[in-house]
Structures are given as C-alpha cells and as structure tokens.
Design a protein around this ligand. Structure first.
Ligand code: PLP
Ligand code: COI
Length: 358
C-alpha cells in the first residue's frame, strides 16, 4: 500500500492456545500501526512496526490535558476462513467527529480503513476462531507535543492496536444488573458526550466503582441537566421495549452515536418492529415496569455486543425485567447482528467487508 511501510517482527510472540480464556483487551498481537502528525506537514510516516512500548516526553500534552480520542471495532473469523470487518468506515467517520470536538487534526478515513486491513492481514493468525471471540481493534490519537501550556498540540500520534478478545462482560448473554446513577453525570449538553474521548471514561469511573460495590455491573447515566432522561450505559447504548415498541434515547449530543445501536435500529425496523428514538424519562420506564409493560431492556456496543438487562435499580426502586431472562427482541438482535458479523447471514449491502482469508 502506498505511504505505508511495514517492518515485520523478527521475534513473534506466542499466540493464545485455541480455547484459552482471552479476557478483554489484555493480549496484543505482533504488530501495531503508528502515524505521526506535525503542524505544517500534516499526517506522515505511517508504518506498521512490531508491537511494543513507545517513548514520549513526560510533558506530552495528552498526559496533562487528555487530548485523546479512540475507537473500538472488531475483526471476525468466519467459518469459511474469511476475516471480516463490520462497517469500519463508520468508526473512522466517528473518530473524526471526536477529533473535531477536541481540536485533533482529521485523519484520512479511507487511508485508516485500508491501512487497518494491512495490519490485520499481517496478524491474521491472531484472529481468534473460537465462538464469541474476535480481534478487538483499538485505533486512537493522542496529542503529543512537549509543552505544558493549555492549547491544542502541534504534534500527534495515531496508533492502532489489535487484541484477540473474548466477551467484554463476564455475564456474556446472561442479563446484567444496572444501577441508575443519580448523583454524578457523565456528560452535559454542549460537552463531549458524543465524542469517544478518554475524559468521558475517566469521569465515569467513580460512579462505576460505587455501582460495583453495591453489586451492580454497570451504571445507567441520566441527562446532565435535569437527571431525568435516560442516556447510555458505561460502554454501551441502551434500548427499552415498552408496550411492544422499541425505544432508544435520542442522540442529543451527550451520548455516543453507537454503530451497533444504529445497526440494531435498522435491523429491527426492517423486521417490522416499531422503533422510536426520543427522550425517555426514567420515570416513564419505572411507570411501565409498574404497569407490567416494560418487556425488555438491553444494551448494545462493539465490545458488549447485545447485553440484556435483568435488573434496573433507580433510587429505592428495583425493576426486574422479563424475569431476569433475555427477551425475544434482544435475542433476535443478537442472533442477527452476530450472524452478519460472522458471515453466517447476509446483511445489508456493505456492512461486512472481507479483509483476507486465513
Ligand atoms: N456508548 C459508550 C459510552 C461506548 O463506549 C460504546 C462503545 O463503543 C457505545 C456506546 C457503543 O458504541 P458502538 O456500538 O459504536 O461500539
Ligand atoms: C467498544 O465497545 O468498542 C468500547 O470502546 C467500549 C469500551 C471498551 C470503552
């Protein structure tokens, strides 16, 4: 590929054994991608190099002012030996939206997709074959100027790491328990909630910690102004099924526009389900639970895939959903989405792209 150099490792690492529990984001492949940006020059020197530490100035701007954006997508090993990517161009489109928000120079989205494919080709033996596991892909950008003044950096690094990974949540497809956070907020309108930037995740950790201590696996965030409307969960978007209608919180700028969310909405609509994106008050969810009309609740995300919610706790109120079992719509969403991602089902045109064959 033009403008991409490749330095292969001379010291390949040992790959996880088939069937070995991988966890999430703990194991990395033999290679990674790096590209640099310097003001006045632009993005340059894209290269695939052996995976390893990078050296940087302790005054690097990302370390002090969190000028960082990232993405998460996956490569899947189909049974017929194809390695597939799911809607990768959507991730790089979103990376640029995140970049715009915190003054990081835009990347060439097509170059990002094509160079990612080269990286995966080189490390294709690392794509896990076992059911439910995939190659998690983490592109990210950091401000990397050595200077303590608060200003967007003049130098950046773009990198891509590959990590063979299993399920993000140990529960897998078993319903998770979620705690509705009433004190802290993750994002406010006009803030950075729609951007995938590390600061949003840092601001979520204290509430996440408290929820864990109370026996809940994740936090459901409410809007940052009135703490009245449902936003999203720590690392996934949320859906409710109330009275046979699928509801998703609208994209109001304070939640991430999930690619899984968008795909699920499309799949459910084309199956004939009524799907509405709008403001959803947590009170409305509680009222529906009381009236026996809260049929399902589930989260969606690249890492989380589809994660049914079996219990929601809001203040003193505990809502048990669908007897703590996965519901039919979440199951349909899971089966269809993963079927498409693993190349077992035909998806809408262009959703799945072949990278190479094993
Ligand atoms: N919301 C947050 C905060 C996330 O971190 C993620 C994961 O990327 C999502 C939603 C789901 O987005 P996607 O479906 O694009 O992975
Ligand atoms: C993803 O689903 O890709 C995420 O980024 C979630 C989390 C690991 C931050």
């Amino acid at each position: 590929m033009k403008n991409l150099s490749i330095q292969k490792t001379t010291n390949p690492m040992s790959k996880p054994a088939p069937g070995e529990a991988l966890g999430f984001g703990r194991v990395f492949t033999d290679h990674m991608l790096i590209m640099e940006y310097d003001k006045g020059i632009g993005w340059h020197d894209a290269r695939i190099v052996p995976y390893g530490p990078i050296s940087m100035s302790p005054a690097s701007t990302c370390l002090h002012y969190a000028q960082e954006t990232f993405e998460g997508l996956k490569a899947y090993a189909a049974e017929d030996g194809r390695i597939l990517l799911f809607r990768p161009e959507e991730n790089f489109k979103r990376l640029n939206l995140s970049n715009d928000r915190i003054c990081i120079p835009r990347l060439d989205e097509e170059f990002c997709v094509e160079s990612l494919k080269e990286l995966i080709k080189l490390d294709k033996e690392w794509v896990p074959r076992q059911e439910g596991s995939s190659l998690y892909i983490r592109p990210f950008v950091i401000g990397n100027e050595s200077r303590l003044g608060v200003k967007d950096a003049d130098n950046y690094l773009y990198m891509v790491l590959l990590s063979p990974s299993g399920a993000y949540y140990p529960e897998g497809l078993k319903p998770v328990k979620i705690y509705v956070e009433e004190n802290f907020v993750r994002a406010v309108r006009g803030g950075m909630g729609f951007a995938k930037t590390g600061g949003n995740y840092a601001s979520s950790m204290l509430a996440q910690h408290t929820a864990h201590e109370k026996g809940y696996s994740q936090v459901l965030w409410l809007d940052g102004v009135e703490k009245k409307y449902v936003g999203e969960v720590g690392a996934m978007n949320i859906f409710f099924v109330i009275d046979n209608e699928v509801l998703a919180p609208e994209l109001d700028g304070s939640i991430l526009a999930g690619i899984t969310r968008k795909s699920i909405i499309e799949l459910l609509k084309s199956k004939g389900y009524k799907v509405t994106e709008r403001k959803i008050a947590i009170q409305e969810v509680a009222d529906a639970a009381d009236a026996g009309k809260l049929q399902e609740c589930f989260g969606s995300g690249t890492a989380a895939v589809i994660s049914p919610v079996g219990e929601l706790k809001w203040g003193e109120k505990v809502m048990v959903i669908n007897n703590n079992e996965i519901g039919p719509i979440a199951q349909y969403a899971y089966d269809t989405l993963t079927g498409i991602q693993w190349g077992r089902l035909e998806g809408p045109e262009g959703w799945v792209q072949e990278v190479c064959r094993l």
